[in-house]
Design a protein around this ligand. Structure first.
Ligand code: ADP
Ligand code: MG
Length: 339
């Protein structure tokens, strides 16, 4: 009898994990932008070439990394954001799994330049297929620049599976917009093949919405605010008369993290009932603040799903919050004197 089970080498384990974390260029971009926000950046620049197939670069002015941390950041399950299992119930950062950079570096060529403000010199690292190929001191600005080149260069099946440039670019713009929407106080820019698609200056949420979706949203937004012990809501919904036939822009953020929820979407649609035609869709950008111990964001590696421990309460707070906001802006006089 002989034993046949072996632990997989890191490079292979990372490549397998990458299959879940990095589905396409936009998933890598999301992880990198979130890391920049977590690092306290006030400015984040994104550079894209060939819809991210050739280059995805994120440059931030955040806190940077020491030489040792820069190397550690590419290890799997290596994170500065949680230390013990209790921390999982009080997550305040985007990241916590410590697998994004390891996954990205398993399936791409990654060049990182990073410097902490108190250091004279920064660190340059070049990692390819999980292997550190180069490490040297470098003169660079405070913060971190990560350039991801030739994504899936070593996974031909994935590379071939990528969609056309316009489709991949659409995903990239969507991820960019989600992060940019949730941090209006941070300056963001997006360049594609040397053309500037977005330059968003720091400001208020309403200004960020106009910066992202265009001037026709100016004056068309209704502020929404609701404060309950369980959940706080703030954000904007579109005036009923501006509802669109196409599904349009609808965003939920829970503790500043973009989430998808058909259930909460229904709560908003329900609040618009009678105000818009059934084939029309309202605009909304709503931020929910919930005690992290009442939610579970650890449902899926890409973290767009979430579990609430009291879904129904949240549903009704969202619904009544939106209803109230719309009511306060309703110019049609009501003939109901019963209250
Ligand atoms: P996670 O974000 O889940 O911790 P990542 O693989 O995304 O895992 O990053 C690993 C670690 O690398 C982070 O915990 C952080 O300490 C460091 N890091 C990554 N990106 C940046 C950045 N832009 N600025 C500063 N530190 C970073
Ligand atoms: Mg991360």
């Amino acid at each position: 009898m002989s034993d046949i089970i072996q632990l997989l080498p890191d490079a292979i384990a990372n490549q397998i994990a990458a299959g879940e974390v990095v589905q396409r260029p936009s998933s890598a971009l999301k992880e990198m932008m979130e890391n920049s926000v977590d690092a306290g950046a006030t400015e984040v620049q994104v550079m894209i070439k060939e819809a991210g197939k050739m280059l995805i670069q994120v440059i931030d002015n955040g806190k940077g990394m020491s030489l040792t941390d820069a190397r550690m950041s590419f290890e799997r399950h290596a994170t500065s954001k949680i230390r013990k299992s209790e921390d999982l119930f009080a997550i305040k950062t985007f990241g916590f799994r410590g697998e994004a950079l390891a996954s990205i570096a398993a399936v791409a060529q990654v060049e990182m330049k990073t410097k902490q403000s108190e250091e004279e010199l920064g660190t340059l690292l070049f990692v390819e297929g999980s292997e550190v190929k180069k490490q040297e001191p470098v003169v660079c600005p405070d913060g971190t620049s990560i350039a991801v080149k030739n994504l899936f260069y070593n996974v031909p099946a994935r590379r071939n599976f990528l969609k056309s440039n316009p489709v991949e670019m659409k995903h990239i713009v969507e991820e960019f917009q989600r992060v940019a929407l949730s941090y209006p106080e941070i300056k963001f820019s997006l360049m594609q093949n040397d053309m500037e698609l977005f330059r968003l200056n720091p400001g208020k949420l309403s200004q960020r919405i106009v910066g992202i979706f265009g001037k026709n949203y100016q004056g068309k937004l209704v502020a929404c605010q609701e404060d309950t012990p369980h959940v706080k809501i703030k954000g904007y919904v579109g005036k009923p008369e501006n509802a669109k036939k196409s599904r349009g822009e609808q965003y939920f953020f829970v503790n500043n993290r973009y989430i998808k929820s058909n259930y909460l979407h229904h709560a908003v649609s329900n609040a618009y009932e009678g105000l818009i035609a059934s084939d029309q869709h309202p605009f909304y950008v709503l931020f929910l603040e919930i005690d992290p111990s009442h939610i579970d964001i650890n449902v899926h590696p890409t973290k767009t799903e979430i579990k609430f421990d009291d879904e129904r309460t949240i549903y009704s707070v969202v619904r009544s919050g939106v209803k109230q906001a719309l009511g306060a802006h309703n110019v049609v006089p009501t003939l109901d004197f019963s209250m």
